[in-house]
Every structure is written in C-alpha cells, then in structure tokens.
Design a protein around this ligand. Structure first.
Ligand code: NAD
Length: 337
C-alpha cells in the first residue's frame, strides 16, 4: 500500500507538533509548516518549512508534493492564539481576526486551485475550531454551562477569537458544500499537556497553575484571576489526538463536534489538584484579570453517538504529567539565570 501523506499547518505549535509525532508513529509521510520550529524538542516531520501562511505566493508549492500531488490529509492548527491573557484583553483582537481568517481563506483557496489543476479532490482538511465560539449567554452558570453543538446559535461568542473560529467553521463548510472538499471540524475545549506554552502571557490555565505552583515554596501564596469559582474542563493532549484522528478517519461524520473532557473543575479546584500533586501547601490570592465565560464544559454526546468512542482519562493523570514537565522547565530556567 502507498504511504499516506499529511500536511500539518501550525506544526511548530503545541497541538501541531504532537500531531506530527502521532502521524509519524502511524506511518505517514508528514510535512509541517509554521512560522517557527517547535520550541521544546526537534520536529519529527519528514519535511518542515518555515513559512507564513498569510502569504498566498508560494503556498501551492507548500501545499503539494512537488507541485504534482496533493496530500491525503491536512491538519489546520495554525492560528494567532493564546490563553485568556492574550485572547480576552482586547489588545490583540485585530491581529487575531485578520491573521487567522487569512490563513483559513488561503488554505481553502489554494487547495481548491490545486485540485482543479491536478484534476483530483482527495485531500481531507481537518479544522481546529474552539469552544470559544459558543454563545456567552449559555455559559453564565458555572454549574450548568450548555455547550451542546446545537446551542451555537443565535451566535454570541465572548471574544473576537471565538467569532473568527465561527466564521472559519462556516468557510470550511461552504467549500465542502460548493466544491466537495472533504472536511472535518472539531471544537476543542482547553487542550493541555507537556510541551505547551507555560510562560510569557500566552499560556493556558493548567500550564499557568503548574508554573505558579512549581515556582512557589510550601506556604506561599499564588495569584489567581477572578474568584476562582469559574468552571472549565481540560483535555489531555494524547486524548485530543486520538479523538481527532478518529474524527478524520470517519467516512460519514465530519462535525462540527466537541472534542473535550466532561470532567468539569473550578479554577480553585485545579490549583488544589496541582498543589496536591506537588506536595505543597499553597494559598491563593484572588486578583482582577481577564476571565472569559463563567462556566464551560464539553458535551460529548454527539461525538459518542457518531464515532462510538469517548475520552476517558481523568484530569489528574494529565495534570501529573504536565506538572512534572512544567516544573522541570522552571528548574532549567532557574539554573540558566
Ligand atoms: P499554538 O499557538 O501552540 O500553535 C499555533 C501555531 O500556529 C503556532 O506555532 C504559530 O507559530 C503558528 N502560526 C500562527 N500564525 C501563523 C502563520 N501566519 N503562518 C504559519 N504558522 C502560523 O496553539 P495550539 O494550542 O497548538 O492550538 C492549535 C489550534 O487549535 C489553534 O487553531 C487553536 O485555535 C485551536 N484550539 C486550541 C485549543 C487549546 O486549548 N490549545 C483550544 C481550542 C482551539
């Protein structure tokens, strides 16, 4: 059988770099594209191109194998993105919308042109949307957020990041409807794990809490944005990759569908879990900061019904692995100062 080929966009980022390794383990030939190489370990891609996906020029070379063949699968992870401090401050809104929308517009248009030129239409494009596209009005009760796929409309995401994701979901569905381009769309809910951003302002809550606890001594106080009673669920990277691969392999179901964990936790609960894993007594000081919605949890009914599989690893397992990696980064950073 011929070796399968995959193109991973955003292959220098957190989920993209892990997806490259996963596809390599499955025997794919993989090309990665990103503005930068992965930060924490060398890429495992067969071919890696440093390229700005906002550029239309040269993209058809990047998205084909020698201009002669299209890829079997494309995983589109490239986006201007970060945690609450980046997405909800309002300061990055124009860049977030412009950069990410432009990437998605380019990817679809170049794929369409390649298909027409080469007389094929085999490439399935996976698009990573986000739970941030769900309306704010269904996520005000921390104990009872509604994030079923059919609760998306009337739309009212609480960030421009969420609006761009919603626009791009429609864009992928429109290219599927009008040009028959095979697509698969997931709405990710807070993916975390080793080799994710852990400092610098773009990190997400699990990495941020692991860093703060790792930097603290027992008895110290760490700062947490808001009252800490806001709820979230977090999905470990390996489960995210498995769920994504199963969705892409599905013959008749393409979403948009949630990929997340249904194990909801408060941010205070997350801090307690990290402190317990670290074996430290940690006090919390609540301060003002960007928050996002009051409550959010994944609802995996649609995924379960259509794919017949469910994510299952407890949050604590993933946090243990992530804490161990983040605390090592903290130690290395301290040693180099
Ligand atoms: P990430 O920031 O680690 O990775 C995104 C990558 O895209 C980065 O390496 C960045 O350099 C690259 N990129 C940005 N602009 C580019 C450009 N113009 N050209 C080429 N590359 C460019 O983010 P991630 O956590 O790996 O997320 C991957 C995708 O999944 C994103 O689209 C994100 O919106 C989506 N998502 C992630 C989460 C999560 O919890 N991590 C949740 C919901 C959705």
């Amino acid at each position: 059988m011929q070796q399968k080929t995959a193109l991973v966009l955003g292959a220098g980022g957190f989920i993209g770099s892990h997806m490259v390794s996963r596809l390599k383990k499955e025997g794919y030939w993989v090309r990665g594209i990103d503005l930068k190489y992965p930060e924490f370990s060398p890429t495992t891609a067969d071919n890696f191109q440093v390229f700005d996906l906002r550029n239309h020029n040269g993209l058809n070379q990047m998205m084909s194998i020698g201009g002669r063949e299209t890829f079997d699968e494309i995983y589109q992870f490239a986006a201007d993105m970060g945690g609450a401090g980046f997405v909800f401050s309002g300061e990055n809104d124009a860049d977030i919308m412009h950069n990410s929308a432009l990437i998605n517009l380019n990817v679809l248009e170049v794929q369409l042109r390649l298909n027409k030129t080469l007389g094929v239409n085999k490439t399935k494009i996976f698009y990573s949307s986000s739970a941030c596209m769900y309306p704010e009005y269904n996520q005000t009760d921390p104990d009872n957020p509604n994030c079923r796929e059919d609760s998306a409309y009337p739309a009212n995401p609480d960030s421009e990041y969420g609006w761009e994701k919603l626009f791009s979901e429609h864009l992928y569905l429109a290219y599927n409807r009008n040009y028959g381009i095979p697509v698969a769309i997931a709405r990710y809910h807070n993916i975390f794990g080793p080799e994710g951003t852990w400092m610098g302002g773009r990190e997400k809550a699990p990495a941020a809490m692991c860093r703060k606890v790792a930097e603290a001594s027992s008895g110290d106080t760490i700062e947490v944005w808001g009252d800490g009673k806001q709820t979230r669920s977090f999905l470990y990277i390996d489960e995210c990759l498995e769920a994504t691969r199963r969705l892409v392999m599905s013959q008749d179901f393409f979403g948009p569908v949630n990929i997340g964990s249904e194990e909801m936790v408060t941010i205070n609960g997350l801090v307690d879990m990290v402190a317990d894993i670290a074996g430290k007594e940690i006090k919390v000081k609540h301060i003002d900061g960007p928050l996002g919605v009051r409550g959010r949890n994944s609802d995996n009914s649609l995924y379960r019904e259509n794919i017949g599989w469910a994510v299952s690893a407890p949050l604590r397992d993933g946090i243990e692995k992530t804490y161990s990696w983040v605390s090592e980064q903290v130690r290395l950073a301290k040693d180099s100062n």
